[in-house]
Design a protein around this ligand. Sequence first.
Ligand code: ADP
Ligand code: MG
Length: 230
Amino acid sequence: MSKILSARKLFKTYRLGAARIEVLKGVDLAVEAGQFVAVVGASGSGKSTLLHLLGALDRPDSGQVFFEGRPVEGFSAARLNRFRNRSVGFVFQFYHLLDELTVLENTLVPAMAATGVVGWLRSRGAQTARARALLGRLGLGDRLRHKPYQLSGGERQRVAIARALMNAPPLLLADEPTGNLDSETGRGILEALEALNRDGQTIVMVTHDERIAGRAHRVVRLVDGVIAAT
Ligand code: ADP
Ligand code: MG
């Protein structure tokens, strides 16, 4: 297996006025291609902070994130945009779907962002076919024209997963993807993630729920700002 993602000695402190919150104090992590890794930790332990650093939504104070062996820190602005749009897909606890757009349109947003207007006009047919296939695979084939507010929580999260996968990112990052769902519905989301992983999708999921984490191949614990030895 090859290493797709690694983090070396990540430090992150938030400053609010005079207060300093030291969240990450030297996190080391390596993820192999094809793995399903769960990062567990108590609420407030820095899981979302870590995931944001891994997906380059935020920068560490010090330390480095490597994607396919290259330091993200060294990426140009254009390369960084491409990384965020094509290399990683994000799934959040509260879905973050656009309420004015249909299920199909929400799923297509990353493809539109990736191509620009001319490219989009050229590739729209193929992209729409891909979005439909993804949504069908996630059990939403008969919800394409629904708006997010017309869906259940579990359905919304499945749309968010389809959207995250639209540009076929090698890495899926999920932040408490079942955190807003009842346990039965959450199980359905986990099964969807497991099925994707069986087909080769690399997944890093953070959660405070040990039972959920138990479904992943590998569980690492974030305790006191570092990954606890296992
Ligand atoms: P988790 O996802 O594990 O619940 P977070 O990474 O969201 O934890 O937050 C870790 C700690 O950092 C918490 O104490 C939180 O209040 C604080 N924190 C998170 N984001 C910010 C921010 N933007 N500014 C200040 N403090 C923050
Ligand atoms: Mg969080």
